[in-house]
Ligand binder design. Structure first.
Ligand code: SAH
Length: 355
């Protein structure tokens, strides 16, 4: 008997699935039924597709497999944050985080296994970039957190941030594909304005997003509006300095009319002086924007230390004097290494994916 090379069915678009059914002499609408089971209902087994006839299920089993992630380890923080170690079909591991607040439940998801960007203050940067996540692997992280929100908090998932491991704009097509599924009625039907993509700021890709007319929010990990300092923190800045980023952001605003958020950590002795605060205020005038001042989450005993509360207050005052909204964000999930930049710190993920 001819051996069929089985494909991962979730790599197929709805249109490709329709083609498959038509080629098999079946009805086109069958594709939509199956697609909804796969995405909206997140089924992992063809036998559970109860509105699909037995012979059709057998046909699907003959041609396809359904790959899925597995939450391998779940850690609960004292503040309610949950960190998942997510095992992928090839046994690689990424992390995702559920962050509860009184108003929201946010899923923080990974887009790559490891990261290639070498930001000096980030634990994920210590891992080699091993591969991009597929769209379904990103989507499944969201579904897992949605289920955890319902199980542990009896509340719906409200927001999604691409602030886990990896650089989403270096895995653009899979990230966009995942977001399409998250927002489509056959998927999770979530509103794009509840999704935020966070990036080191790759100018070419920011322009591409603007051209593609994306509807989600954009956050830029800025950390310094002075080139010399930013390059020291984030080597990507040598390749794409602030002038290029500024130009791409102007293009973004011109096309989308959407504000951006700048993520900003203030470190003692690095960017905690007035000169840096004023440079940030100036950068914020390029296009409408707001600033999230995030607390530094220590990753080791290295050179980086959180700035003093006085330095943070000085920044807030200078930004406010320039009419810029600045919010100081509390760190979440630090006790389980689930906070920003701590993913892959200390635990077995570091062991598994280390160079
Ligand atoms: N690559 C993307 C998304 C992942 S990082 C990006 O760079 O935006 C998510 C956020 O956490 C970024 O703003 C990043 O700069 C920040 N971050 C990284 N390490 C951190 C740390 N140790 N403490 C606080 N924030 C950190």
């Amino acid at each position: 008997m001819e051996e069929i090379q089985k494909r991962d069915i979730r790599k197929l678009s709805l249109a490709e699935l329709e083609e498959f059914f038509l080629a098999q002499g079946d009805k086109k609408f069958r594709a939509k039924q199956v697609y909804e089971w796969l995405w909206n209902k997140s089924l992992k087994n063809f036998d559970e597709m109860t509105n699909i006839s037995l012979p059709t299920r057998e046909l699907l089993k003959k041609h396809f497999i359904i790959n899925h992630i597995l939450v391998d380890l779940m850690q609960h923080s004292q503040d309610g944050t949950i960190k998942n170690a997510v095992k992928l079909y090839d046994d690689k591991i990424v992390e995702s985080v559920l962050i509860p607040t009184s108003k929201r439940i946010t899923a923080c998801v990974s887009s790559q296994v490891g990261c290639s960007l070498d930001c000096n203050f980030c634990a994920t940067a210590r891992l080699k970039r091993m591969r991009n996540l597929n769209a379904d692997e990103i989507y499944d992280q969201v579904v897992a957190i949605k289920d955890e929100a319902e199980t542990y908090f009896q509340r719906p998932l409200t927001n999604i941030v691409f602030m886990g491991m990896g650089e989403p704009l270096l895995n653009y097509s899979n990230v966009i594909d995942a977001i399409e599924k998250i927002t489509s009625p056959e998927g999770l039907g979530m509103a794009p304005r509840r999704i935020t993509l966070s990036t080191v700021g790759i100018p070419k890709m920011i322009k591409k997003m603007a051209d593609d007319g994306v509807k989600f929010n954009l956050a830029i990990s800025l950390h310094s509006a002075i080139n010399a300092t930013r390059s020291r923190l984030m080597p990507i800045n040598d390749k794409s300095p602030l002038e290029d980023l500024a130009e791409a952001l102007s293009y973004w605003y011109e096309k989308t009319k959407r504000k951006v958020t700048y993520e900003y950590v203030i470190w003692a002795g690095i960017n905690d002086d007035e000169q840096h605060a004023k440079a940030l205020a100036k950068f914020c005038k390029i296009i409408p924007s707001k600033v999230n001042i995030i607390q530094y989450n220590p990753i080791d005993e290295g050179e980086f230390r959180q700035a003093s509360p006085e330095a943070v207050a000085m920044y807030v005052l200078i930004l406010e004097n320039h009419g810029i909204i600045a919010k100081v964000r509390k760190s979440r999930g630090q006790d389980i290494d689930a906070a920003c930049g701590q993913l892959a710190n200390k635990n077995e993920v570091a062991e598994l994916t280390k160079i």
